[in-house]
Ligand binder design. Structure first.
Ligand code: HEC
Ligand code: HEC
Length: 450
């Protein structure tokens, strides 16, 4: 009887969920946009509190006694994600470099070894990942964060690959985790079966149970947590432990590390949308670092690891999960015309105008797939299945707030960014070059409105 009852409840619940899903899709746009740096509107107060706690950690300037270093690029996440508001992007002076080894078998592991206590501390260079830090002792583990710091040398060896990275904004990024695998796979065409010259593949991440990667320039992370643990260690020298908590039917806020360091208090009820999402996402397990998942999550400064607590990590992730998507600008007649041009010359083949989520449609202008962008944009870095010339279609929402453009920040203008497209995007780029001036004008008005 009890079993029958709970079965009945389950049935009713799924009908309820189905109704909710279809009605929210029918209503179309998800209400998830806001001013840059604001949370998604209408969050339950517990989620809002986690957002604020996470924002404080994102903005916090760590000191060596709090775990900063031994290697780091910036003392805060905001150091690189600040324009035009917390969560945004950075100018070129914040760029960092990644350094990998080109192996004969096509793999590109990091160049320098991992630090271990057994190593000859003074003789060997060691780094936690392929990210080359700007600050820290010269690659050795003997010294603490030093005054006369210098980044480890980039060898002029023939097997060394160096790639530049310019910070993208993270506004609305949390919504990508709500896009179903089916939605992403519906646009994938790995063998270009339709013969349009555009393939598009998913990047499945072995270190994250082969989940589809959505985060990073090569879709190299499937979860925000995985990306964050990498960023924490690579950019700030902050170690963390994976929450490894199951999020899904059995999910309860209390299980997720006691509700954050804010402790009790606050409204613990979750918004219906949040509950629905947890149901739909099913059981998810969070993992270690993105860049090198098996790398140690301990570092060799004097601060005990992990340097960030699990509730702090959860708040940091919650901040990004709840960061609002950019708001569209005015939709003028020329913006509308530009939108037609954008579709006509094939930009939408990769920059998909909308993605469906359980909350409704979102408009990031990406397909969350990786595409071969040709030799000009290739960086030689392989990440999971992404080859040296494959990159994730960069979301275009909020575009005009965050030049320079492209993964290495090489483009000063939107036009330069489009002209750099090659590979699968070559034909579309060539059609852009051939546009009549009025159409090109309109296209740019459209891109500026995103
Ligand atoms: C030194 C500059 C720098 C700092 C500091 C930095 N980031 Fe980033 N961030 C980047 C760059 C560059 C990328 C793109 C890297 C890539 O995918 O190769 C990025 C990407 C991201 C992404 C994925 C964005 C996307 O579009 O998928 C997230 C999430 C992120 N950073 C969070 C953080 C967090 C959290 C911190 C602090 C722990 C942080 N970042 C600190 C430069 C930085
Ligand atoms: C084959 C897929 C594909 C097509 C077609 C395509 N793009 Fe892209 N686009 C990408 C990828 C991948 C990136 C990221 C490249 C990088 O970071 O180096 C990108 C980046 C961009 C950027 C830079 C965004 C940023 O924030 O740095 C702009 C602007 C852009 N595309 C506009 C367009 C326009 C306009 C068209 C049509 C003429 C177009 N794209 C066609 C895949 C495509």
């Amino acid at each position: 009887m009890r079993a029958t009852l709970s079965l009945l409840c389950l049935l009713l619940l799924s009908i309820g969920l189905a109704l909710f899903v279809s009605s929210s899709s029918a209503e179309n746009d998800a209400a998830v946009t806001g001013a840059f740096g604001d949370p998604i509107p209408g969050l339950a107060s517990a989620d809002l509190a986690a957002f604020e706690r996470g924002k404080a950690i994102f903005e916090k300037r760590f000191t060596p006694s709090e775990g900063l270093g031994p290697h780091f690029n910036s003392v805060s996440c905001k150091g690189c994600h600040a324009t035009p508001a917390t969560g945004g992007s950075a100018q070129r002076y914040r760029d960092f470099f990644i350094l990998a080894r080109q192996n004969a078998d096509g793999t590109t592991p990091k160049y320098y070894a991992s630090c271990t206590v057994e190593m000859d501390r003074d003789a060997q260079l060691c780094l936690p990942s392929i990210v080359v830090p700007n600050y820290g002792p010269i690659g050795t583990i003997a010294e603490p964060v030093a005054a006369d710091v210098s980044h480890p040398p980039i060898p002029a060896a023939p097997d060394a690959i160096v790639a530049r990275r310019n910070a993208p904004p993270v506004f609305g990024l949390g919504l990508f985790r709500l896009v179903s695998d089916d939605e992403i796979l519906s646009r994938a065409d790995p063998d270009d079966a339709d013969g349009d010259g555009i393939s598009g593949r998913v990047n499945r991440i072995p270190a994250e149970e082969n989940a589809i990667g959505r985060f990073g320039y090569k879709c190299q992370a499937a979860t925000i947590e995985a990306f964050n643990r990498g960023a924490l260690n690579n950019q700030r020298g902050i170690t963390s432990d994976s929450t490894a908590v199951k999020v899904g039917a059995a999910y309860e806020r209390g299980e997720r590390g006691g509700g954050g360091e804010g402790g009790e208090g606050g409204d613990r009820r979750e918004s219906p949308a949040r509950r629905l999402l947890d149901e739909l996402l099913g059981v998810r397990v969070a993992y270690a670092q993105v860049s090198e998942p098996k790398d140690r999550v301990k570092d060799l400064d004097d601060v005990p690891d992990p340097e960030l607590t699990v509730p702090e990590l959860q708040s940091l992730v919650a901040f990004q999960e709840h960061l609002a998507a950019p708001r569209r600008g005015a939709i003028t007649p020329s913006v509308r015309k530009g939108e037609e041009v954008f579709a006509r010359i094939g930009c939408t083949a990769c920059h998909a105008p909308s993605l469906s989520t359980p909350l409704g449609l979102i408009h990031p202008y990406t397909d969350l797939l990786i595409h071969d962008m040709g030799a000009g944009l290739a960086d030689g870095i392989k990440m999971a299945q992404a080859s040296g010339s494959e990159l994730r279609t960069q979301p275009l929402w909020g575009l005009c707030q965050h030049g320079p453009f492209l993964h290495d920040g090489r483009a000063d203008t939107v036009s330069d960014a489009v002209l750099a497209h090659g590979g699968e995007a070559q034909a579309s780029r060539d059609r852009y070059v051939e546009l009549q001036p009025a159409d090109r004008e309109a296209l740019h008005r459209f891109l500026e409105s995103l």
